[in-house]
Design a protein around this ligand. Structure first.
Ligand SMILES: Nc1ncnc2c1ncn2[C@@H]1O[C@H](COP(=O)(O)OP(=O)(O)OP(=O)(O)O)[C@@H](O)[C@H]1O
Ligand SMILES: [Mg+2]
Length: 228
């Protein structure tokens, strides 16, 4: 599904060059659940951004189903992102002045769905993440775990094939953490893929394969015993 070929990402910052990824290659198959681990600053978020079509590499190529992501036009790449990819961030990124249901409606509205179809699908997704009784709450009126579940419902709205998650459990208490990981495992068991950056050992155990990033280089460690 994804292929990184000899990818380097260098950031130039005030005369200093940081190679966040360094000539790294990697193959990610269909229906994988991958945990990406590694110390702070080792290039994990950089790798997710490259996979997600959000940032071009300095050299090397990123293939998605055999097609070079950064040789596509911006329009093609954006379409692919809207159609196939879902993102989950540590800090939820909910729109603070929209209710839970309105937040989930945002991608549906962007995809051109009618207002009634948006509402129906958004409330179905919020039920799926256990929030059918919080549809009209603002993010500030929800707990951290509930906010992350609204964010997950929003991510699922466009029915993505792949979820790219950056520390999805970083801000959560143990119970919410378990709910979020169960949702991601369920998503994976439906035949989809998850690439998840995490510092959290509990979260990593849900993955079937683990990648370590050390100074911008990927070390692949299959986790045969970790199948969730
Ligand atoms: N926009 C930027 N400009 C300059 N350097 C950057 C930029 N973004 C990241 N870096 C550098 O690239 C390296 C990798 O950053 P990245 O955000 O990918 O790390 P990370 O593994 O996600 O870390 P963390 O676990 O702390 O989130 C870091 O050394 C960082 O300082
Ligand atoms: Mg990061």
């Amino acid at each position: 599904m994804f292929q990184l070929n000899n990818v380097t990402k260098a950031y130039e910052c005030r005369g200093q060059t940081v190679n966040a990824l360094n000539k790294t290659s990697l193959s990610i198959g269909d229906n994988e659940f991958i945990a990406v681990v590694g110390p702070s600053g080792s290039g994990k978020t950089t790798m997710l951004s490259l996979l997600g079509g959000m940032m071009a590499p300095t050299s090397g190529e990123v293939l998605f189903h055999g097609e070079s992501l950064y040789d596509m036009s911006l329009v093609e790449r954006t379409k692919l992102r809207l159609r196939s990819l879902g993102f989950v961030f540590q800090s939820f990124n909910l729109v603070s002045w929209l209710s839970a249901i309105e937040n989930v409606q945002v991608p549906l509205s962007l995809a051109g769905e009618s207002a009634s179809a948006q509402q129906e699908r958004a409330s179905e997704l919020l039920s799926r993440v256990g929030l059918s009784d919080r549809l009209n709450h603002l993010p500030s009126e929800l707990s951290q775990g509930q906010q992350q579940r609204v964010a997950l419902a929003r991510t699922l709205a466009n029915d993505p094939r792949i979820i790219l998650a950056d520390e999805p459990t970083g801000n959560l208490d143990p119970e919410s953490r378990e709910q979020v990981m169960n949702l991601l495992s369920e998503f994976h068991s439906e035949g989809r893929s998850v690439v998840m950056v995490t510092h959290d050992q509990f979260a990593a155990q849900h993955a079937h394969r683990s990648l370590s990033l050390v100074d911008g280089t990927i070390v692949d460690t299959p986790l045969a015993t970790n199948a969730a």
